[in-house]
Design a protein around this ligand. Structure first.
Ligand code: ZN
Length: 319
């Protein structure tokens, strides 16, 4: 009996319209909305379907690094889809009109901005915890005193002073506040991270029992309700794995570092990138040699040692 899960306990796919999205003003002429572009050509093009949890496990990093400009958001939405945010009922009258009727699916620019800023803060907080970066914690965690009568008598906030447009906060009304200890910034950071993540997971995911038709296995799945939920599931997985991420030194893609991995052990995401980087260093060394640079200086410049560089350049062994 196959007791093994065919994959991780997540089941999520997301439609992306082939014609993409565009920005339009709302019927009030003020708010900016992201709406589907009309299908190009005579036939209605179907959606593409993406599986971000399976295919792009670090998409949340890309999302966190988006600038909140319309072009960047549009490019992200065209590639990965809309976030799946609901429109607050008081804003229904401001929805953009199409043929005199409000469009069915639209997302507010300001909701995207807010979602990006929160994910960015969460990533920064997570990196500060993983790297035990005391300077960042001291700079960005602010403690506030409240009176008695709640779960705790103090609140904490994570806010980058240079970017006061967003923050993460745990107030004494939140049950997690009981975990706070005055003056313990690392603990405060962990509680903030947990609170922000759980808030997003609560809103944008659910748990479900699903039947896998291939394996006949019925099991419990975490079910993101939308793309934003999937991004926060990815983020939660990065906390769960205890590892942190870094960029590949060659292609710049994000890669997950398993716990216990020495950061310097893994500079490249793949053998291909490792080989490419090696070839580039070798080529650069030859170039510098042609220009008359001494092998010792070249070695420093390309980040290698003298023996290796002399070998590349076909120079006789020393001594
Ligand atoms: Zn790479």
């Amino acid at each position: 009996v196959a007791d093994q899960r065919s994959s991780e306990p997540f089941r999520f796919f997301w439609p992306v319209p082939r014609a993409g999205y565009r920005w339009v003003p709302g019927s009030d002429g003020q708010l900016r909305w992201l709406v589907k572009s009309p299908p190009a050509g005579p036939s209605r093009l179907p959606n593409r379907v993406t599986w971000p949890l399976r295919d792009k496990p670090d998409l949340f990093q890309t999302f966190a690094e988006l600038e909140t400009g319309e072009e960047e958001i549009l490019a992200f939405a065209n590639q990965h889809g809309r976030l799946g945010l609901a429109v607050a009922s008081e804003l229904h009258s401001a929805l953009p009109l199409l043929g005199g009727r409000p469009v069915a699916v639209a997302e507010l620019r300001r909701d995207w901005d807010r979602a990006i800023r929160r994910m960015r803060l969460a990533c920064e907080l997570s990196a500060a915890i993983a790297g035990n970066d005391r300077a960042v914690l001291r700079h960005c965690i602010h403690e506030e005193s409240w009176g008695p009568g709640h779960f705790s008598d103090h609140a904490v906030r994570f806010e980058v002073p240079e970017r006061p447009d967003a923050w993460l906060r745990v107030t004494p009304r939140d049950p997690e506040a009981q975990l706070l200890r005055r003056g313990d910034l690392r603990r405060a950071a962990q509680v903030l991270l947990q609170h922000a993540t759980n808030e997003a997971l609560e809103l944008h995911t659910s748990a479900m029992v699903l039947l896998d038709e291939e394996t006949e296995r019925q099991g419990i799945y975490v079910n993101p309700k939308n793309l934003l939920g999937a991004l926060w599931v990815q983020f939660a997985q990065s906390i769960d794995s205890g590892g942190s991420s870094k960029r590949c030194a060659e292609c710049g893609n994000w890669m997950r570092l398993a716990p216990g991995t020495n950061r310097s052990d893994r500079d490249f995401c793949s053998d291909r990138c490792r080989v490419n980087a090696y070839r580039k260093r070798k080529k650069a060394a030859a170039e510098l040699h042609r220009k008359g640079m001494a092998p010792g200086v070249i070695a420093k410049k390309v980040g290698s040692d003298l023996k290796t560089v002399r070998g590349w350049l076909g120079l006789r062994k020393l001594g």
